[in-house]
Design a binder for this molecule. Structure first.
Ligand code: A3P
Length: 288
């Protein structure tokens, strides 16, 4: 099967071209956020779909009806995708908006907004392994050769959506700038889903109690999401995601990078990580 492999460049960052255009990227950059919006911001493969499911469940007080009937990209659309103007323009009431854009591209649009922003981070070693496997199935991304080559591109920041380091540093420095921001990690959610859901639901001003919380936890578990066609991307046609090459809901683990990285790759990664993150004041769970 031929790959689509079209790349769009915007502000020196490459984006998968069949789902982004200059118009859609400009639309995102100048977007009018509303105070009631919830914005899920992530670098790809950091737990975006998981957070979309959690926020949907929280806003519906644990009722899975919406999660089971409407695809995640329709109920929490990506701001930068070509269809978002149409979907978001037609949405009434509080919106859930997803974005992988770096903070600097959204800075002026978010300035002064009271929209609630949730930024999810994940151990970049797990991110790069997940991203590598995703490139094998996603026909709109360049075919990765070896993991070694992909790792080099990731560390250089020449993959779609650019440098993980710049993305994480850009977003996590905004605690004092953004009116309402919650920083949470994939690892925190994985290790303590109940505590994380309480934290997220309190932040969204819909604190979950009792059965609402239990039901939400059940429906956003990895096994439940893996079997839910509204979030496991099996609705996406084969020519866009080749499901014979892998599953979107692949492993859903923390620390699984150990099964992929060689000693040399760990050494290279750690060297680049220490250099790039020396000016990042935040401490992350995976560093402890
Ligand atoms: P793996 O490829 O490591 O399995 P994103 O949604 O940002 O693209 O991230 C996808 C990653 O999140 C995949 O990681 C996927 O399996 C994982 N994921 C999705 N839902 C999850 C859940 N409920 N629990 C744990 N991991 C989940």
């Amino acid at each position: 099967m031929a790959r689509l492999d079209v790349t769009e460049t915007f502000h020196h960052i490459s984006f998968p071209g069949h789902i982004h255009t200059q118009d859609s990227l400009n639309y995102a950059r100048h977007f009018k956020f509303q105070d009631r919006d919830t914005v899920i911001a992530t670098y790809p493969k950091s737990g975006t779909t998981w957070m979309q499911e959690i926020v949907t469940l929280v806003k519906n007080r644990g009722d899975p009806q919406l999660s089971k009937t409407v695809p995640n990209w329709a109920r929490a659309p990506w701001l930068e995708q070509y269809y978002s103007a149409k979907v978001l323009g037609a949405t009434q009431g509080p919106r859930i908006i997803t974005t992988h854009l770096p903070y600097n591209l959204l800075a002026s649009a978010l300035q002064g907004s009271k929209a609630k922003v949730i930024y999810v981070t994940r151990n970049p070693k797990d991110v790069v392994v997940s991203y590598y496997h995703f490139h094998k199935m996603a026909k709109f991304l360049p075919e990765p050769n070896s993991f070694d080559e992909f790792l080099d591109s990731f560390l250089e920041g020449s993959v779609s959506y650019g440098s993980w380091f710049d993305h994480v540093k850009g977003w996590t420095r905004q605690a004092e700038v953004l009116a309402n921001v919650l920083y949470i990690s994939y690892e925190e959610m994985w290790l303590d889903l109940r505590g994380s859901m309480e934290k997220i639901s309190t932040f969204l001003q819909c604190p979950l109690v009792g059965e609402e919380l239990t039901s939400s936890m059940r429906h956003c578990s990895f096994s439940s999401m893996r079997d839910n066609a509204m979030v496991n991307y099996t609705l996406v046609p084969q020519e866009i995601m080749d499901h014979s090459k892998g599953k979107f809901m692949r492993k859903g683990k923390i620390g699984d990078w150990r099964n992929t990285f060689t000693e040399d790759q760990i050494c290279l990664f750690d060297t680049v990580y220490s250099y790039q993150m020396q000016d990042c004041p935040q401490t992350f769970l995976w560093e402890c």
